[in-house]
Design a protein around this ligand. Structure first.
Ligand code: SF4
Ligand code: SF4
Length: 414
């Protein structure tokens, strides 16, 4: 896929282009069956074709905005499955972003949690500080009293930043291979920092030089996808930070951030799993689990068009693995969808996770490549969708490779 076509996704549409793009829809209906909200509701208005038709009617002033048209726009997960299925190349993601932006500008909808999230991601340093209690809760398993469906258990470093950690390991191991920059993300670095630490370790173990620019900020995906203001400032800052770096590529370990950055930077942006896949990483020693299922985040599969699993990375992990059934279907996380539309999100993950109740393994891992998907999959465990007696750990793929390296003693004594 060309860089220009990637840039279409979720980029605001100019008015003159907007009508033209909306009119590209030939109503063939090929997008209906891939659409999670259509599958849930069976309602044409709640399908890609239905939404496009409503947006066209609104733009031509044949329809007047009302609670229902707002509702159907808000119901969309932004998973982009429809954009991939569409033979007419309707740039659905960009049109959705535009429709959401309009709703917010006109004061129609704004979920309180979303508004707060939007403000926080724009204040990167403050978010890192506010993330400390969350990291503490996760690290100490809620101190036995607190749990939340989205807070998957983990062992996040409490004080050391990924930037500082990378500098320390670079000094210690002195890799001299290719040079990469690591994008650490706002939520990932604040709440789920151990995934960033795993990323740094496995890259350096493969002789990759890792640079983590201190001044990087949130990619703005959460703002852009929800039509919230402030994305432009973040984009400009990240362009300043990354585009002039002397590195081969910018690596991301969150599919949503990766798609967003690909649209923004001139520098090449690569998902860490596919970067590792291309270099055939060092082998580790298999983990103590029966099987690993890989689920593909929508923004990797549909957004970045990574439709093949990173098989070399799984070879290096060494366990038996396979794609989860319907791996390409959205898990319901939809960026912030599981916050704004918890009931729909729960229905989607319940259906998607049910296979784990029937597989011939009692101890398995569900691996993915996006922190919001990890949150969503953890909610299936936390909400009791997985039968008692079945152990399912939710992990990022880089964490699995990191663990396999630890098992194999790849890091030595350090
Ligand atoms: S982005 Fe996903 S949820 Fe939204 S209309 Fe397309 S397929 Fe349906
Ligand atoms: S697949 Fe494309 S052209 Fe066909 S109905 Fe859906 S959006 Fe329209």
């Amino acid at each position: 896929m060309s860089k220009n076509s990637l840039k279409m996704q979720f980029q605001p549409v100019q008015q003159s282009k907007k009508a033209e793009n909306l009119e590209k829809c030939v109503h063939c209906g090929l997008c209906l069956e891939v659409c999670p909200t259509y599958r849930l509701s069976g309602n044409e208005n709640n399908s890609p074709r239905g939404r496009l038709s409503q947006w066209l009617g609104l733009s031509q002033k044949r329809l007047h905005k009302n609670a229902k048209s707002c509702f159907y726009t808000e119901e969309c997960l932004g998973c982009l499955a429809c954009e991939t299925a569409c033979p007419s190349n309707v740039p659905y993601g960009a049109l959705l972003s535009d429709a959401k932006k309009q709703l917010i500008e006109e004061g129609d909808v704004l979920h309180t949690g979303l508004s707060l999230t939007g403000k926080l991601v724009s204040h990167h340093k403050l978010l890192q500080k506010l993330g400390l209690p969350i990291r503490l809760i996760r690290k100490f398993n809620g101190f036995g009293v607190f749990s939340h469906k989205f807070l998957f258990p983990g062992d996040p470093p409490l004080h050391c930043s990924t930037e500082k950690y990378a500098r320390t390991l670079m000094r210690l191991y002195k890799p001299d291979g290719p040079r990469v920059a690591l994008f650490t993300g706002c939520i990932m670095e604040s709440f789920f920092r151990e995934v960033n630490f795993s990323s740094v370790r496995i890259l350096i173990a493969n002789n990759i030089q890792v640079f983590v620019p201190r001044e990087q900020v949130c990619c703005g995906a959460v703002l852009e996808h929800n039509g919230l203001p402030g994305q432009q400032e973040l984009e400009e800052k990240n362009i300043q930070v990354f585009d002039n770096l002397d590195v081969d590529t910018v690596l991301t370990n969150s599919a949503g951030c990766g798609l967003s950055l690909k649209n923004q930077l001139s520098k090449e942006v690569t998902d860490i799993l596919y970067y590792l896949d291309a270099i055939s990483p060092k082998r580790g020693k298999a983990l103590e689990t029966d099987h690993i299922y890989l689920d593909m985040p929508c923004h990797l599969y549909y957004g970045q068009k990574k439709t093949k699993p990173p098989a070399q990375v799984f070879e290096a992990i060494g366990n038996s693995w396979s794609l989860a059934p319907d791996a390409e279907n959205c898990c319901g996380s939809g960026g912030t969808y599981n916050i704004t539309h918890p009931k729909n999100a729960e229905k989607i993950i319940k259906e998607k996770s049910d296979f784990l109740n029937h597989v011939p393994y009692n101890n398995c891992v569900l691996a993915t490549a996006n922190h919001v998907c990890m949150m969503q999959w953890h909610s299936a465990v936390e909400l009791g969708m997985i039968k008692e007696g079945r152990r399912v750990s939710i992990k990022h793929v880089v964490q699995l490779l990191d663990e396999a390296y630890q098992n194999a003693g790849v890091y030595g004594k350090n």
